[in-house]
Design a protein around this ligand. Sequence first.
Ligand SMILES: Nc1ncnc2c1ncn2[C@@H]1O[C@H](COP(=O)(O)OP(=O)(O)OP(=O)(O)O)[C@@H](O)[C@H]1O
Ligand SMILES: [Mg+2]
Length: 248
Amino acid sequence: MSESPVIELSHVGIRFGPTVVHRDISFKVTAGETVTVMGPSGTGKTLILKSIIGLLAPTSGEVMVLGQSLRDKPEYELRKLRMQVGMLFQGAALFDSLSIYENIAYGLRETGTEDEDFIAEKVRSLLEMINLPGIEQKFPPQLSGGQKKRVGLARALATSPRIMLLDEPTTGLDPTSKRLIDDLIVCMNEKFGMTTIAVTHDIESATRISERWILLHDGQVVADGPARELAAHNQEAIDFIRGNWKDE
Ligand SMILES: Nc1ncnc2c1ncn2[C@@H]1O[C@H](COP(=O)(O)OP(=O)(O)OP(=O)(O)O)[C@@H](O)[C@H]1O
Ligand SMILES: [Mg+2]
């Protein structure tokens, strides 16, 4: 396994005019790791993921992905890099007017795959993996929230990315749907050996899917380490778990 990090944030600051969201965020994620980023609502978790896929340029600091700095990268190069990154957006963000088949095929078509038999087989096997076989011709509004998130995962996986970014994969779901998605995340990480960053404020999910937690608060990393250790000994983590942090 390569020692160089797959994702590295160095002193990242994100501001919108006078509003400072992130002051100084630094962390590294190495190949094959699954990391959970946690923090209260509005703390800037989604923005961190957006900076990693180059949808948002930080105000200061640097983001490196697969050994490349994203700073001043032209859009076509960012697009090339994004092909190696799968993202499940908050709320799944499926295209309501496209069938499930086309939603999952989307990334493949974007990256130039034209072989329809290949696409059909890929969609079929992904739907099987998320335990929703045969729903190719349905549309997103016909699915439940949990089912949409599973399809969102399948869509993110379709291009076999090396990096997976998951924004609130289980938030708002019932315990059974949550467990299903957590199990899927664990299973896909084992199966594909991806490097994964999941953002959540769901402690149960975070415990199930990752062994390392990064806690954000007030624009900084306030804890970063093995989940068990943080949950047992880190006061910031203990306060967060007990719900003693207020929203930003
Ligand atoms: N384009 C933007 N312009 C101005 N402010 C923004 C912009 N995008 C995000 N923000 C602000 O940055 C802060 C962090 O947003 P972000 O969406 O990253 O939070 P989050 O931690 O993902 O929250 P949640 O858990 O509710 O999803 C919020 O206060 C938000 O209003
Ligand atoms: Mg968010």
